[in-house]
Write a protein that binds this ligand. Structure first.
Ligand code: HEM
Length: 562
């Protein structure tokens, strides 16, 4: 995530003499443009960075030593950073893992500096609880960043909306039409129907060709959400080029959102866009905006191209509701602002990006773990056969009677939380945590990945053992809904994931159906215990290598008929 504002009082490093651009060009992760590209009208970069460094030195002195001299609490400990860039060059290509290692050295609350931005990282359940339960009101905003500016319609969306009336109104809208118990129930047939379609498609493909299960799950998650939100599928044909293009768009967005953008943290380098991130964001935004304009135009013309109804099959999908409210000039938040097309596009952007890749990558990780652990897969299949049988697909009403499957899902979220550093928050005022001072404007990152692998909390933390969530397993009462801080894949507190109910239901039903419907083998007779489990970091945690599998149907043929 990326931050663009000058912070009020953050510690700064002294940096005067080195040649900054030469240093920057040596940093592999940031891919800085060569010096020749600098426009001669612009003040030379060394001069800019030099002045930045001098002011940083002054701030550092006043803030760190001034604070200590005045008897204030100390700032949390942390590693020394580079001049100007701070700790950014030290994050590596898997920042959640780097930060996990740093917590071992500096403790569960440590401090980093990203350019001019002060950052604290919470890496234990106890520290996360202090921030997200005790001090949640103080951390209910997200730090400003170029993704919110250039992709999310300049903060007009829900994910980056400042905490307040507008944010509340947007969350209420989503709850009312999609995520409340009533709305969720109304859309049950849509979820079950799309998952059944995915399964039928897999059964039809047979075992001849391996399939990318992440891609299939992504198409399913996207089409399901699309029917609920815009009243139509986004991908008419499974496995089509269009499907790939849409997923690529979401994955690129997540990757860009996951980049720590130097320009956001070092205002003097903003104009240079050293990693080319902003240029890519603008291109992506144009592609998304064109697509959304197409959907809105189509809906205004009254069309539903694939003849699908949504919103519980009464045609009352979110887009229709919002367009109707716009026509009636309704206010969004009761403060004089009418709903606009930008509001609608920004909200849909959030739902499509936050709600598709997170869901499908979890299903892909779940399948990978089950293939690596055949005994666990067999146990889950035994449970499904006993509760559901072999002549129909599992339905949502069966889920409460599948405790072992629920444990499989929790264990997958524990080892593979889709957003390993959650989404950043920002301190609205000075506060104190664990005896350390957290200044106003500090960015908070919660390392949910490290917390759910903390050996203090979890025995054999790196082992995939769903039974730990069963009675007698030590964590039987733990769930993922934000009150057990050792397992918070959806975050916690006021800004907890708005789509938790939808995401959890989709991940559970999709995984259940795939487990029930098929036996799974790897291409070329590859051995399951050799399966590559490397991670690739973006805002969502993808598998570095796609999971390719052969699904072999294991139910009566009638079960696959839709
Ligand atoms: C496996 C599924 C999912 C996971 C693990 C997940 C995780 C998260 C996390 C960690 C956050 C940040 C919470 C915080 O700041 O404490 C978040 C926020 C959010 N998520 Fe999800 N999410 C998932 C699915 C979904 C779905 C299906 C949707 C909607 C269709 C969605 C929409 C959102 C939105 C709108 C926010 C911003 C909330 C706010 O700022 O108030 N997510 N999600």
């Amino acid at each position: 995530m990326v931050v663009s504002q000058q912070r009020a009082g953050g510690a700064r490093e002294v940096f005067i003499s080195a040649t900054p651009l030469r240093l920057l060009t040596k940093l592999p992760p940031f891919n800085v443009h060569p010096v020749q590209r600098i426009d001669m009208e612009v003040p030379p970069l060394p001069l800019l960075l030099g002045s930045l460094a001098v002011s940083a030195a002054v701030w550092y002195f006043l803030f760190v030593y001034g604070g200590a001299a005045a008897g204030k609490r100390p700032l949390p400990p942390g590693p020394r950073g580079w001049p100007v860039l701070g700790n950014l060059p030290q994050l590596g290509d898997k920042p959640h893992q780097t930060m996990c290692a740093l917590a071992r050295e500096y403790g569960p609350l440590f401090r980093l500096r990203f350019g001019c931005a002060e950052v604290v990282v919470a890496a234990s359940a106890a520290v996360a609880a202090q921030f997200l339960r005790g001090l949640d009101a103080n951390f209910s905003n997200r730090p400003p960043n170029s993704g919110a500016e250039h992709v999310a319609y300049n903060y007009q969306d829900l994910v980056f909306a400042p905490y307040g009336a507008r944010w509340r109104a947007l969350r209420k809208l989503c709850a009312l039409h999609l995520f409340s118990a009533k709305a969720l129930d109304g859309l049950r047939a849509v979820r079950e129907g799309e998952i059944a379609l995915m399964v039928r498609n897999l059964a039809r493909q047979g075992v001849a060709q391996p399939v990318s299960i992440g891609q299939e799950a992504n198409i399913c998650a996207t089409n399901t959400l699309a029917r609920a939100t815009i009243g139509r599928r986004v991908f008419a044909v499974y496995g089509s080029e269009g499907a790939k293009e849409f997923k690529d768009m979401v994955v690129e967005l997540m990757q860009l959102a996951g980049v720590f953008n130097v320009g956001d943290f070092v205002p003097a380098l903003r104009w240079l866009d050293p990693q080319g991130v902003v240029a890519k964001m603008k291109r992506l935004h144009r592609r998304y905006d064109d697509m959304m304009n197409g959907f809105i135009k189509e809906r205004k013309a009254g069309a539903k191209p694939d003849g699908l109804a949504a919103g519980g099959d009464d045609g009352n999908d979110l887009l229709s509701v919002l367009l109707a409210r716009m026509r009636e000039e309704e206010q969004l938040d009761g403060h004089g602002e009418n709903i606009t097309e930008i509001d609608i596009k920004a909200l849909l952007l959030n739902l499509f990006t936050a709600g598709t890749d997170t869901t499908s990558s979890t299903v892909e990780w779940a399948l990978a773990e089950l293939i690596r652990h055949p005994d666990v897969l067999a146990e889950a299949q035994r449970e499904l056969d006993a509760v559901v049988g072999k002549d129909r697909l599992v339905s949502e009403s069966d889920l409460p009677r599948l405790p072992f499957l629920a444990a499989v899902i929790k264990e997958t979220f524990r080892l593979h939380p889709p957003t390993p550093l959650s989404l950043p928050r920002e301190a609205a005022a000075d506060c104190e945590v664990d005896g350390y001072r957290i200044p106003k404007g500090t960015t908070l990152l919660v390392n949910v990945w490290a917390i759910s692998r903390d050996p203090v909390l979890w025995s054999d933390p790196l082992e995939y053992q769903p039974a730990r969530f069963l009675p007698g397993g030590g964590h039987a009462d733990v769930d993922v809904k934000g009150s057990d801080f050792g397992l918070i894949p959806f975050g916690a507190g006021r800004r907890i994931c708005a789509g938790l109910s939808w995401g959890l239901q989709m991940v559970t039903l999709m995984t259940a159906t795939l487990v029930q419907g098929f036996d799974w083998t790897l291409p070329g007779g590859a051995s399951p215990d050799k399966l590559n489990m490397e991670e690739s970091y973006g805002l969502t945690l993808q598998r570095a290598v796609l999971l390719m599998v052969h699904p072999a149907p294991r139910l009566l043929p009638s079960a696959y008929a839709v």
